[in-house]
Write a protein that binds this ligand. Structure first.
Ligand code: SAM
Length: 278
């Protein structure tokens, strides 16, 4: 199976060194916020004994954590990218032509973390319809994604140059069909797809939960290294972020709170129409 995300998604983990860096970034991002996300999913009915699909599982940073937390459930990694999926322990489900290869109404929960931001609206609608097909009546979807316009706050001026880098990142992602404020649009899209009990939640992870260093995955220079390697950012831009992040990190009063945006929804049962396939 050689299906990749291109050209339907703005997610591009790169190759060689950049792919390794990306794997580590996903791992650190999960270490930082998965515990809070998991609490929210449990509060919204996540099964402890049934079937869960981690849709768009990447290299499995969240799949593994779900399996640790849910030892009596069956948790599938699932992705359109065969190379990423090969790095996830079985059981896994390869998505081909938009189809999740499981029977109608057979899944209790689907987790979709940092995937929607990479999909164009029309593709999101197809993915949500396919999710409705596979969820059992009363099964749940948990979307975790970004809203750069409500990203959180910190003491002082965290990282000089970061605002500019974020806007570059946003521009690159939206040129490829992605959307870094996608989470605002998800509730209405889920209602249009026929989900009920749609519940958007904003929560936070702060330096009371983790040491400042753990937040470098979002606010330090690390995540931008692949963009320099790709020739999108200059080494000078990266150096400015690195320098001011180091200054911030040494401040004993440093405080960071990043927002975690989730949307939880319930499938009422089989949809009257399905849109899976392409
Ligand atoms: C930023 S990664 C997130 C990985 C993982 N969910 C996590 O939080 O660490 C986005 C993932 O979505 C996958 N993806 C892109 N388009 C997809 C689609 N239409 N259906 C399922 N997964 C998709 C990509 O291949 C990639 O693995």
């Amino acid at each position: 199976m050689t299906t990749t995300t291109a050209p339907t998604s703005s997610y591009s983990p790169g190759s060689g060194y950049a792919r390794d860096v990306e794997y580590e970034r996903l791992e650190r991002q999960a270490a930082l916020s998965f515990p809070r996300e998991f609490e929210l999913m449990i509060a919204h009915g996540l099964t402890r004994t049934g079937t869960v699909i981690d849709l768009g599982s990447g290299n499995g940073a969240v799949t593994r954590r779900l399996r640790e937390e849910l030892p009596d459930a069956t948790v599938y990694g699932s992705d359109v990218d065969a190379e990423l999926l090969a790095s996830v322990e079985p059981p896994t489900l390869a998505i081909v032509d938009g189809t999740i290869p499981v029977p109608d109404g057979s899944v209790d929960d689907i987790v979709m973390r940092f995937v929607a931001q990479h999909l164009r609206p029309a593709l999101r609608a197809e993915v949500f319809a396919e999710i409705r097909r596979v969820l059992r009546p009363g099964g749940r979807l948990h979307v975790i994604d970004v809203d750069d316009s409500d990203a959180g706050h910190s003491s002082g001026r965290v990282t000089r140059g970061l605002v500019e880098l974020f806007s570059e990142l946003r521009a690159i992602q939206s040129a490829d069909g992605g959307d870094r404020q996608v989470v605002k649009k998800i509730p209405a899209e889920l209602e249009r797809a026929g989900f009920i009990d749609v519940d958007p939640v904003t929560s936070a992870v702060t330096t009371n939960d983790h040491p400042v260093a753990a937040f470098s995955v979002h606010m330090g220079p690390d995540r931008y290294v692949p963009l320099v390697a790709a020739g999108v950012l200059t080494i000078e831009q990266l150096a400015v972020v690195g320098w001011s992040w180091e200054n911030f990190r040494r401040d004993p009063e440093a405080f960071i709170s990043i927002n975690i945006h989730t949307v939880h929804a319930v499938s009422p049962g089989p949809a009257t129409t399905t849109h899976h396939g392409s």
